[in-house]
Design a protein around this ligand. Structure first.
Ligand code: ZN
Ligand code: FE
Length: 256
């Protein structure tokens, strides 16, 4: 099984998973790079998975369905190009012979879902859309800080070996903020130099590893003393877990 990040737009990745004959794609904001990859590798499209309704994740769905007849799976509580199989947290589906579990992760959008498989080519795999990024998390367009914190807690509890397929290459700018929050985090400094080296060679920094994210991502670490103290230095009124998380997200929004 191969996992490929197809670049799209300025900084999106459309994830393509294939076994040499059949493929699935996740969040095809644009049909063209997907059609090219299918042709180039001689693949049949078996499924289209969608995490949330934003156009940079759904813009190619209609054209791909028309060109390939592939079934579309998406969040039950969001408007995505119909017809599609509506999914809620806890639902399961089989695609490419792999069993996927749907996880509700509201916050970036109200009905955002993620797709998790316990074993793909030897390790767990997560497609998390715009909920979790390497070193960061999605902006809160529709959900509350409490919802996003709960969603990230759910993802953070998955096995450390989980490969995290995020849909944007935001890693270096996220890590710049992460360093402002935790300047003494050595795992973070090390990880940033690895990611820099990848970007210098125009390589994706993704998928990331969940065990690494737990060490370096301030949005998975908002209860750690170091993060909490930094946030409270910035926003003294942030008292409980949700308030600290909300203030951390606010701080990032204004960070250059
Ligand atoms: Zn989005
Ligand atoms: Fe996006």
């Amino acid at each position: 099984m191969k996992i490929i990040a197809l670049p799209a737009f300025a900084d999106n990745y459309i994830w393509l998973l294939h076994d040499g004959a059949s493929a699935l794609v996740v969040d095809p904001g644009d049909a063209q790079p997907v059609m090219q990859a299918l042709q180039h590798e001689g693949l049949r499209l078996a499924a289209i998975l969608v995490t949330h309704h934003h156009p940079d994740h759904t813009g190619g769905v209609q054209a791909l369905r028309e060109a390939t007849g592939a079934p579309v799976y998406g969040p039950a509580r969001e408007r995505i190009p119909a017809p599609f199989s509506p999914l809620n947290g806890g639902d399961t589906l089989t695609a490419l012979g792999i069993a996927w579990t749907v996880i509700d992760v509201p916050g970036h959008t109200a009905g955002h879902i993620a797709f998790y498989a316990a074993e793909v080519a030897g390790a767990p795999l997560l497609f998390c859309g715009d909920t979790l990024f390497s070193g960061g998390c999605g902006r809160l367009f529709e959900g509350t800080p409490a919802q996003m914190l709960a969603s990230l807690d759910t993802l953070a509890a998955l096995p450390g070996a989980t490969r995290v397929c995020c849909t944007h290459e935001y890693t270096l700018s996220n890590l710049k903020f992460a360093r402002a929050v935790e300047p003494l985090n050595h795992a973070l400094i090390q990880y940033e130099s690895e990611c820099r080296a990848l970007r210098e060679r125009q390589m994706p920094t993704l998928p990331s590893l969940l065990s690494v994210e737990r060490q370096i991502n301030p949005f998975l670490r908002s209860r750690e003393r170091s993060v909490k103290q930094a946030v409270q230095g910035h926003t003294p009124t942030a008292d409980d877990d949700v308030a600290v998380f909300a203030a951390l997200r606010q701080w990032k929004n204004g960070f250059q």
